[in-house]
Design a protein around this ligand. Structure first.
Ligand code: HEC
Ligand code: HEC
Length: 327
């Protein structure tokens, strides 16, 4: 390398170095680097920042004398109506929940439940109006929820981080619900259950309830979100084994499309998407063929759904683990 080339090379290195340094300084100044690692700590301090910030809890709840919201339960100690702050109150409510459900609830379980499924227990005198804080627009992560639970515990109760990090069976089920919502783009599984009942239940069973035209969806979360998404958007892309579509034309020219649900020596049954079953005598069949490019499950289901409905039903299906009832 000639000395001129070496000088040019050194100069370029310096320019590049300066460029990288400026870039990093700007990122740091604008908080970009901080943002990338701004996961709150699971601690009362972390939870406090969620409560009075991102979690928007303060828009509905006051905490003792802090905050100005009055329409939802005060979570601090406040007058006769709220004799105990939520940390202690949770232990009392846990007893009620244990009696009601027959499952053992700890104070942590109660707090987790109040966030994961607010309608499971309604504070007397209040309606089911608590936000689903792990669904849009609030979209708290599981970690955020753990932090906020520790903050609530620290309000007059015993901070028990171990019970938050190593959840009991009750809390673990709720953690799964919150993670499923996160994994499905922040859908709300509770609302997704309604979407499912309105759009899917005629054909699909869950926990033994629903129609039997399509396969049971128990345990469907194990196939993953991508599979679930594609199954809804493009049902024919991968037709579930045993649910292939058949087209039959009989000797009078009548055509039937559906699943072949019976195939005897003398007759076949074709179950249509509507659930109607048509029996055709084999000697009357002119044509019988499998249609590999269409599914009995309609292609246009999402047209009747909002984006939110779609995310919600995805979250609901991501919760369906085998052998586990939805709570
Ligand atoms: C849109 C208003 C709203 C928001 C936002 C909201 N809540 Fe609630 N919350 C309620 C209502 C209404 C109730 C009472 C009904 C019920 O029990 O679900 C409630 C109940 C509770 C309870 C049970 C209280 C008790 O006495 O047992 C806890 C704990 C709680 N909320 C925590 C939170 C936290 C933490 C947040 C923020 C992450 C939050 N809430 C956000 C409305 C809200
Ligand atoms: C008219 C009946 C019908 C309706 C309504 C329907 N499905 Fe289906 N679905 C089927 C049939 C039949 C199959 C099997 C054929 C296939 O894979 O396309 C299926 C397959 C599936 C699968 C793949 C299951 C597996 O294990 O391979 C998923 C997931 C699914 N449906 C979800 C839904 C959801 C979510 C809705 C509502 C938004 C819905 N379905 C509505 C009939 C229906």
């Amino acid at each position: 390398m000639s000395s001129t080339t070496a000088k040019v090379f050194l100069f370029l290195l310096l320019v590049l170095g300066a460029f990288l340094w400026v870039g990093q300084a700007i990122t740091a100044m604008t908080g970009g680097a901080k943002k990338a690692s701004s996961v709150v700590e699971v601690s009362p301090e972390g939870g406090e920042s969620i409560f009075w910030g991102k979690g928007r809890c303060y828009t509905c709840h006051s905490l003792g004398g802090q905050g100005s919201a009055v329409r939802c339960p005060n979570l601090g100690q406040f007058g006769e109506k709220f004799a105990l702050a939520i940390g202690e109150r949770a232990a009392q409510r846990a007893k009620e929940r244990s009696e009601e459900t027959g499952e053992h609830y700890t104070a942590t379980d109660y707090l987790v439940e109040s966030l994961a499924k607010p309608d499971a227990y309604l504070v007397e005198g209040y309606k089911n109006e608590m936000a689903i804080v792990y669904a849009p627009p609030i979209s708290l992560s599981l970690n955020d929820i753990k932090a906020v639970v520790s903050y609530l515990q620290s309000q007059g109760g015993d901070l028990d981080l171990e019970s938050i990090e190593q959840p009991s069976e009750v809390a673990a089920k709720y953690y799964a619900r919150i993670s499923a919502a996160g994994a499905a783009g922040g859908g709300d599984p509770g609302a997704g259950e309604e979407v499912f009942v309105d759009n899917c239940e005629d054909c699909h069973q869950l926990q033994g309830e629903g129609g039997e035209i399509g396969p049971s969806l128990d345990g469907i979360s194990e196939k993953g979100l991508k599979f679930i998404t594609e199954s809804i958007l493009k049902p024919a892309k991968k037709i579930t084994k045993g649910y292939e579509t058949y087209r039959v034309v009989d000797k009078e020219g009548r055509r039937h499309v559906g699943l072949k649900t019976r195939d005897d020596a003398a007759e076949i049954d074709i179950t249509k998407a509507t659930g109607d079953v048509i029996t055709i005598v084999k000697s009357d069949i002119k044509e019988l063929e499998q249609d590999e490019v269409s599914s009995v499950m309609p292609e246009d289901l999402t047209e009747a759904m909002t984006v939110k409905d779609f995310q919600d039903v995805q979250a609901y299906l991501m919760m369906q683990k085998s052998g586990e009832a939805d709570q």
